[in-house]
Design a protein around this ligand. Structure first.
Ligand SMILES: [Zn+2]
Length: 558
């Protein structure tokens, strides 16, 4: 049997992937352009452009042993991308791909649905069958190299010709619709993977740069009667818009509203996330760098937890998710999954309340020398992680019914999807309520001066503008994905100790804050003196009594 001619295989596959592998792109272009002639020109132009670039890529790989695995990977990538784009309005950029690479079984299971194999079969089935039926013809390597080079040049030549002919139309389309470039399969993934590899390789060999090597405890520790205990709750996928505290029409946060009315909880209504996915936001939240300074890029520095620990405090990270993205690498950690708590855990995951079990024991088990100075606990929530929102709240904690009980979001009426999401927020409200009660009890018993900061890592789209989930490139992201809820509560002991005033905090609660402020606000609150602390980025500092602030500044200069 003769082998298939590489030229034929390359171009047929390139054309197929350009057309059948880009249904979401064609849908979007179709919706954007109203004139039929312009639409035809754009379809033809973009189609040939994608086919040419894909053919160039495939020609590079048109070696007998290499071609079929590469072609298979590209066809499958196009098919999977098509599914997630159609299903969730996702686009593929480097951070999205990094997310995919770091996901776990639970997240994957949540994303699976019957439409995935159907899409994969429709997009990749036929080309794969055709490719694997016969191998490529074998030639000696010199003529094959020549042909491959010619193939690459032909593909790039086609791209050049199309760009020259249709420059105006294509350029204006791409300028106005930046997300389109992340919709071009499979080139978006090839680009993202190359960028990620280029970013990651040199960094892996480099050690993290130390931060706050001069960190030490401030003056308040010398005269303390009770050690401070601060609980940092990192929310997941909670958006500010769906928080009752922020004026949402539904009572999704009744308990927090009570804490706000009766016990001094402060709601920061204008908090901005650093990224639109966990992969970016979580490290950025704990980073000494602002987003502008590169806090949203792969961490090259130690983080807040390292500084707190270096100052001599006890730090504990409690995780109810797919891990801490490197943030907790150098501090003690507990994963709820290892606890197997009956009623709270099952099917490889736990409700967030599992993190609140046996907390007193957990604190008692910390290094006694450190915890006598002070404690910082971090709880990393499962929160509102989608698309299986219905899995995030227990059956007896679902005030909004009926709820969408499918992870194929399109299958549910929009209001049921919103119900399922709002139930996750109501459950977070309950979770924070329980956490606050525990903190209150520890303060009342005289064990600690306690406080809580809750902030979500990023928001979520629930079908607005046809978008679902999150992860839209930051510059293009809708407010639903970047505006996050944030609340602060401080016991009277901690208020006294820090010189902060609730009235002042409330007056300033609508001033815009961001993940950028987290690092410095926590250092300020815990009175850790270090050159890494910047008062201008401490969101609470403007409300500290002048005398105390003075003291802290002097402390940091010593
Ligand atoms: Zn997240």
């Amino acid at each position: 049997m003769n082998g298939r001619r590489p030229l034929v295989a390359v171009w047929l596959l390139a054309l197929w992937l350009a057309i059948a592998g880009n249904v979401p792109l064609w849908q979007r272009v179709d919706a954007l352009v109203s004139s039929p002639s312009q639409r035809l020109a754009l379809f033809a132009g973009l189609g040939l452009l994608v086919a040419g670039a894909t053919a160039a890529l495939l020609s590079l790989m048109a070696w007998p042993r290499v071609f079929r695995p590469v072609a298979t990977a590209l066809a499958l990538v196009s098919a999977f991308n098509t599914h997630f784009m159609l299903q969730y309005g996702a686009v593929i950029d480097p951070t999205m791909l990094a997310n995919v690479a770091q996901t776990d079984v639970r997240e994957v299971r949540d994303l699976l649905s019957w439409s995935l194999p159907v899409t994969v079969l429709l997009v990749a089935g036929m080309p794969l069958w055709w490719i694997w039926r016969r191998p490529l013809a074998t030639r000696s390597w010199l003529p094959q190299t020549g042909r491959n080079v010619l193939g690459v040049l032909a593909g790039l030549g086609l791209v050049m010709v199309v760009v020259l002919l249709a420059y105006q139309d294509l350029a204006s389309l791409m300028r106005n619709q930046k997300s389109l470039r992340y919709m071009i399969n499979p080139l978006n993934t090839v680009y993202a993977a190359t960028r990620l590899a280029a970013d990651q390789l040199p960094r892996q060999v480099r050690a993290l740069q130390p931060v706050g090597e001069d960190a030490k405890l401030g003056a308040s520790y010398a005269r303390q009667q009770r050690p401070p205990l601060l609980l940092l709750v990192v929310g997941e996928t909670a958006r500010a818009q769906s928080f009752g505290l922020n004026g949402y029409a539904r009572a999704t946060t009744p308990a927090l509203a009570r804490w706000q009315a009766e016990s001094g909880l402060v709601n920061f209504s204008q908090a901005q996330a650093c990224g639109t996915n966990t992969q970016v936001s979580l490290p950025c939240l704990f980073s000494p760098l602002t987003r502008e300074q590169g806090g949203d890029r792969i961490a090259e520095h130690e983080n807040l937890l390292d500084v707190l620990q270096r100052a001599g405090l006890a730090v504990l990270w409690i995780d109810n998710q797919a891990g801490c993205k490197g943030v907790c690498a150098r501090v003690p950690t507990v994963s709820t999954l290892d606890l197997q708590l009956p009623g709270l855990c099952g099917g490889g995951e736990c409700f967030d309340a599992a993190m609140l079990e046996r907390l007193d024991e957990r604190v008692a088990a910390l290094d006694p020398e450190r915890s006598a100075r002070g404690v910082v606990l971090v709880m990393h929530q499962m929160g509102s992680h989608g698309p299986a929102y219905f899995r995030r709240s227990p059956p007896d904690r679902k005030p909004f019914m009926p709820e969408c009980a499918s992870n194929t979001l399109h299958d549910c009426p929009p209001e049921q999807l919103v119900n399922a999401y709002d139930n996750t927020i109501a459950y977070t409200d309950h979770f924070l309520d329980t956490a606050l009660q525990w903190l209150q009890a520890r303060a009342s018993s005289g064990a600690n001066d306690t406080g809580l900061i809750y902030v979500s890592d990023h928001g979520e789209s629930l079908g607005e503008n046809g978008l679902y989930l999150h992860g839209v490139p930051y510059a293009l992201a809708p407010r639903q994905q970047t505006h996050v809820p944030m609340v602060v509560w401080l016991s009277s002991g901690l208020l006294e100790r820090t010189g902060l005033h609730t009235g002042c905090l409330r007056n300033r609660s609508a001033v815009p804050v961001a993940h950028d402020h987290f690092f410095h606000s926590v250092l300020g609150l815990m009175d850790v003196a270090t050159g890494a602390y910047e008062r201008s980025l401490d969101a609470l500092a403007p409300c500290a009594a002048a005398a105390f602030a003075q003291l802290r500044q002097t402390g940091s200069r010593q």
